[in-house]
Design a protein. Structure first.
Length: 243
């Protein structure tokens, strides 16, 4: 546990110096929040009620789907994994360190949006802040779990970028954070329900929270973790056959 804790701390410090993480977890989400917050509240004053949740969902989705997978693929898709085998480091160590480091950064970014939304745009604050952050944690965990699947399954950086965009763009367009899903054709609304962002957004704006939506995200999380476990077992097997 001490080694794992040190690994997470070291990864977190490395991520702070990473330009890609700075862009995907902080710079782009916060710039998008500042620009779209001004646009939304000017055109649609009623958007103040959902601004915090919508901008948070966008930031978490970008940081998870665009920021995390390349870092995982860089380790498990290259000869770096040989160093883990040579030093008898468990195959899950790297992905777990990256996962927890990304979780910290996304929660920090989400906390900034939570603080700045009412100050800059007079956005409505959640009635139950603790419950809001519990639902946010669940959504971040689900998003990062799916990102881990991408990084573990797709090792080619070009293909990974394309696949990440295929998941990220529907998460933004079809989740309801930009415009009501009722405006979408029925088949697109159905596709949007496959995106965790849709359910995460609902949980962040719902009062009271619907248990069925919580169960949906929990189910996605469990399935994603099982897939990650299967992919890691496959990687463990490949460790044994490395020259």
């Amino acid at each position: 546990m001490k080694a794992l804790g040190y690994g997470i701390y070291l990864q977190w410090k490395m991520d702070i110096r990473s330009r890609s993480l700075l862009i995907t977890c902080y710079l782009v989400p916060l710039l998008f929040f500042l620009m779209m917050g001004s646009v939304f509240t000017s055109i649609m004053p009623e958007s103040q009620e959902t601004l915090m949740a919508s901008m948070t969902v966008m930031g978490v989705s970008m940081g998870a789907y665009i920021g995390l997978p390349p870092s995982i693929a860089e380790i498990y898709g290259t000869d770096i994994k040989k160093m883990y085998m040579a030093n008898h480091i468990p195959e899950y160590f790297a992905v777990l360190s990256l996962f927890l480091s990304a979780f910290i950064h996304l929660m920090m970014m989400s906390s900034l949006i939570y603080i700045l939304s009412p100050l800059l745009f007079d956005a409505t604050c959640p009635i139950h802040p603790v419950l809001y952050f519990v639902m946010l944690i669940l959504f971040v965990l689900v998003s990062l779990s799916i990102a881990c699947i991408l990084g573990l399954a797709v090792h080619n950086q070009a293909k990974l970028t394309m696949v990440s965009q295929i998941i990220f763009l529907p998460s933004i367009i079809l989740s309801g954070i930009m415009f009501p899903v009722s405006l979408l054709p029925s088949f697109l609304e159905t596709i949007g329900k496959l995106c965790p962002a849709t359910w995460g957004y609902l949980l962040l704006i719902e009062q009271p929270i619907q248990l069925s939506n919580v169960l949906i995200l929990c189910t996605i999380l469990i399935v994603a973790l099982v897939i990650c476990y299967a992919l890691l077992r496959s990687i463990r097997s490949s460790f044994r056959h490395l020259p």
